[in-house]
Design a protein around this ligand. Structure first.
Ligand code: CUA
Length: 328
């Protein structure tokens, strides 16, 4: 758990305990008075009921005290809200894209990941949107929560003040795999973060350079280079980043969708417009499924795959196919 100012956890928790304290105080107070009245004014002790007409003091008290309490609660909440909405100017911006049913984090240098990695003691500003339906981003350890709205950008900030791994999940029902829309906030040291942040970027840069040096003439050189690396290693990363793994496994077990393992070249029964037919899973079929998943649906699975149209380049699709081919 994260504690201590200037964390958002602190104002949120103190408001919570303040309200809880008021509620508990009145619970005990009212119960005690109730019990006292039950005994003191029982029929045995007061056989003849008395009528109380007016009591100005009590009326003023039960109006003024609750008003002050409610105003105090409002003030505490308002201060906390102001704090939540005021992003420190040096905060590191990270774009968050929610989609059915995974999270994508994009950093300033273009680096993407499905886990939110942040350096210790540096405020983080999340710029949040959705690629499809309404989702809601929730990080309980930092007591922050914000809607992810398609076509709109919302924001949040937090200060990671302790190294560790914290839950980040979707807290708005968004379809079949809503409950699987979970990832982690990894708070790491500045040094580890820099290494990670610069690391792969450098690797891809040198790789690109290599490609340019090797093959100035043809784009075809692209594929052999990727293959030389390890078959479909980029595809393996892509299915994480693009969120495919929310529904598809690579180990042979079916999840919300069919597994990727051994699927390439396999004959599958599919349903098109209510009619069943058989297809061979090849490059064309995978591409069609990525872009127009509603056309042919694999029998036995719900028709819920979102289209990745506009979210994948041709090269990325080839890399994913390359990776699926390698899963035998
Ligand atoms: Cu996304 Cu629930």
């Amino acid at each position: 758990m994260v504690t201590g100012w200037p964390n958002l956890a602190s104002p949120a928790d103190s408001v919570f305990y303040f309200i809880m304290g008021i509620a508990l105080t009145f619970l005990f107070l009212n119960t005690a008075v109730m019990i006292y009245f039950l005994i003191r004014y029982s029929r045995k002790r007061n056989p003849k009921p008395e009528d109380v007409k007016e009591n100005l003091t009590i009326e003023i008290l039960w109006t003024v005290i609750p008003t002050i309490l409610v105003l105090l609660i409002f003030f505490a909440g308002w201060k906390g809200f102001q704090y939540m909405r005021t992003v420190p100017p040096d905060a590191m911006p990270v774009k968050v894209t929610a989609r059915q049913w995974s999270w994508l984090f994009t950093y300033e240098n273009g680096k993407q990941d499905s886990v939110l990695r942040v350096p210790l003691r540096k405020p983080v500003k999340l710029l949040i949107t959705s690629a499809d339906v309404l989702h809601s981003l929730y990080i309980p350890a930092y007591r922050i929560k914000e809607d992810c709205v398609p076509g709109m950008e919302t924001h949040l900030w937090f200060l990671p003040d302790e190294v560790g791994s914290y839950d980040l999940f979707c807290t708005e029902y968004c379809g079949v795999a809503h409950s699987a829309m979970i990832t982690k906030v990894e708070v790491i040291s500045q040094k580890d973060f820099d290494e990670w942040y610069q690391g792969e970027k450098k690797a891809t840069q040198t790789e690109e350079k290599k490609q340019v040096e090797k093959a100035p003439a043809a784009q075809a050189a692209e594929k052999p280079t990727a293959k030389a690396e390890a078959p479909g290693h980029k595809g393996a990363k892509l299915i994480q980043i693009k969120g495919c793994v929310a529904c598809h496994t690579t180990d042979g077990t079916p999840k919300i969708g069919p597994t990727f393992k051994g699927v390439y070249g396999k004959k599958e029964a599919v349903i098109r417009e209510g009619k069943e037919r058989e297809v061979v899973v090849d490059e064309a079929f995978i591409k069609q499924t990525l872009l127009n998943p509603e056309l042919d649906r694999v029998k036995g699975f719900p028709p819920i795959m979102p289209s990745l149209h506009g979210q994948l380049t041709d090269k990325e699709m080839d890399e994913i196919i390359e990776y699926i081919k390698s899963l035998k």
